[in-house]
Design a protein around this ligand. Structure first.
Ligand code: 6PG
Length: 476
């Protein structure tokens, strides 16, 4: 029988996705530019299901039932375009091309548009969960036309992760919506990791706890509100011993965080949408600073810190404070992330169901966490929720933790430990809830130096003050 679906690009993600499909009973055609990978897959895992190896794309296309479904799993950017260009002339109307890599959603919109004009469906789909997820059940965020999802949905939901019997895969929306949501997932992943790193750093520097002791703290946190994959693996990394030195693994790792770009994209896009995503921005900047060896080495040991670098805190109380600070800051990061999804959904007419996005992320992906249920519940209560932070659950969670959060940010500042994620999140929270912001002064300044005008609290319209003359006000 002809294959039901194809995967081209058999590096570890593509290979595992193909195996996942085969293990779930789908007949999978597989192809890789260099044949050795295809051969290796068949040799090692051929027994797991029905694979049809193909030496080139025409053979891959020929082995498929119609409408054809072809998953591309190659590097984002030019390599993806190259495969699409080669594939398109081989396809027939109604065929479906899926890009499951970490593409920029703007590229996905462009490709979707180009293929639609040729009568083909192009589906940009986020896939999260790393190698392990691809094999055993990832979180899947497909975009593209509803027709394409009607054909793909039964396959994708079957191979995705499941939580309480529900698949972590939902049709996100048209064209670039799936890749946009995957990008946001990664932005949140960046923010989450930055906050975890700050919690670790503060506990270590203020309390002098060892990495092994800190692993226990995170293990303990993983049984409460913070329960999540990232907290779980934090305990694992912190308890790891370096095989060479016998000391903590974390102490032999170079402290320069790398990035492939999805976090940066999130922040760039959010800037264009006009949505503050300070949690993610601080995470990206934090990684950049960590990698800025020239300036760090010029400043380390040269720029003075506070005279008194020890805080007088109780061990258990401080651990609890940091837990609250972490949770509250995390809630802010998610609230900001969902604001960005809502704004993009409006701008691009994607009609994204925000609550469903939280459902997709409950299993399979890197940011999977218990509290995502809370996001779903919040949007169930009020689909038009202006910000997650004003939902009753979130409001109360932050209210419970805010005094602790403020103490942690104050302690970080007074002992000189950087906590950009915690403090930016707190500033955002205080900005959001402020009755009045100093933006009024900024407007005054803009009007004085550039006649940029201002609006008044008591009357409609724009006004300008004659700053260099008699300072009378006139409508602009
Ligand atoms: C996932 C991950 C995955 C990848 C990140 C890493 O959802 O499975 O997010 O996509 O691990 O893109 O990103 P950085 O290399 O930029 O940290």
């Amino acid at each position: 029988a002809p294959a039901q679906i194809a995967v081209t690009g058999l590096a570890v993600m593509g290979r595992n996705l193909a195996r996942n499909l085969a293990r779930n009973g789908f007949r999978v055609a597989v192809h890789n530019r260099s044949k050795s990978r295809t051969d290796a897959l068949i040799e090692e895992f051929g027994h797991e299901g029905e694979f049809t190896p193909a030496d080139d794309l025409p053979a891959l296309v020929a082995s498929l039932e119609q409408p054809r479904k072809i998953i591309i799993m190659v590097k984002a950017g030019e390599p993806t375009d190259a495969v699409i260009d080669e594939l398109v002339p081989l396809l027939d109307e109604g065929d479906i091309v899926v890009d499951a890599g970490n593409a920029h959603f703007a590229d996905t919109r462009r490709r979707e548009n180009a293929l639609r004009e040729k009568g083909l469906h192009f589906v940009g789909s986020g896939v999260s969960g790393g190698e392990e997820g691809a094999l055993n059940g990832p979180s899947i965020m497909p975009g593209g036309s509803p027709e394409s999802y009607a054909a793909l949905g039964p396959i994708l939901t079957k191979i995705s992760a499941h939580v309480n019997g529900e698949p972590c895969c939902v049709h996100v929306g048209p064209d670039g919506a799936g890749h946009f949501v995957k990008m946001l997932h990664n932005g949140i992943e960046y923010a989450d990791m930055q906050l975890i790193a700050e919690a670790y750093d503060l506990l270590r520097q203020v309390l002098g706890l060892s990495p092994a002791e800190l692993a226990d703290v995170f293990r303990d946190w993983n049984s409460g509100d913070l329960e999540s994959f990232l907290i779980e693996i934090t305990a694992e990394v912190l308890s790891q011993v370096d095989p060479t030195t016998g000391g903590p693994f974390v102490d032999v790792v170079l402290d320069q965080a790398e990035q492939k770009g999805t976090g940066r994209w999130t922040v760039q896009v959010a800037l264009d949408l006009g949505i503050p995503v300070s949690g993610m921005a601080e995470a990206v900047f934090g990684r950049s600073l960590s990698g800025d060896v020239v300036r760090r080495s010029a400043a380390a040991g040269v720029l003075p810190g506070p005279a008194e670098a020890k805080a007088d805190v109780d061990r258990d109380a401080f651990i609890e404070d940091v837990r609250h600070a972490l949770y509250a800051s995390k809630l802010v990061a998610y609230a900001q992330g969902f604001d960005a999804i809502r704004a993009a959904s409006e701008q691009y007419d994607w009609d994204i169901d925000l609550g469903a996005m939280a459902t997709i992320w409950r299993g399979g992906c890197i940011i999977r966490a218990r509290f995502l249920d809370r996001i779903k519940e919040a949007y169930d209560r009020n689909p038009a929720l202006p910000s997650l932070l004003v939902d009753d659950y979130f409001k109360e969670a932050v209210a419970n933790g805010q005094e602790a959060w403020r103490r942690v940010v104050a302690t970080a500042a007074s002992v000189g430990v950087p906590a950009p994620g915690f403090s930016a999140a707190l500033s955002y929270y205080d900005g959001l809830r402020a009755e009045r912001l100093p933006a009024a002064l900024i407007q005054g300044l803009r009007d004085l130096f550039g006649a940029h005008t201002y609006r008044r609290v008591d009357r409609d319209g724009a006004f300008h003050l004659d700053w260099s003359g008699d300072r009378t006000e006139s409508p602009a």
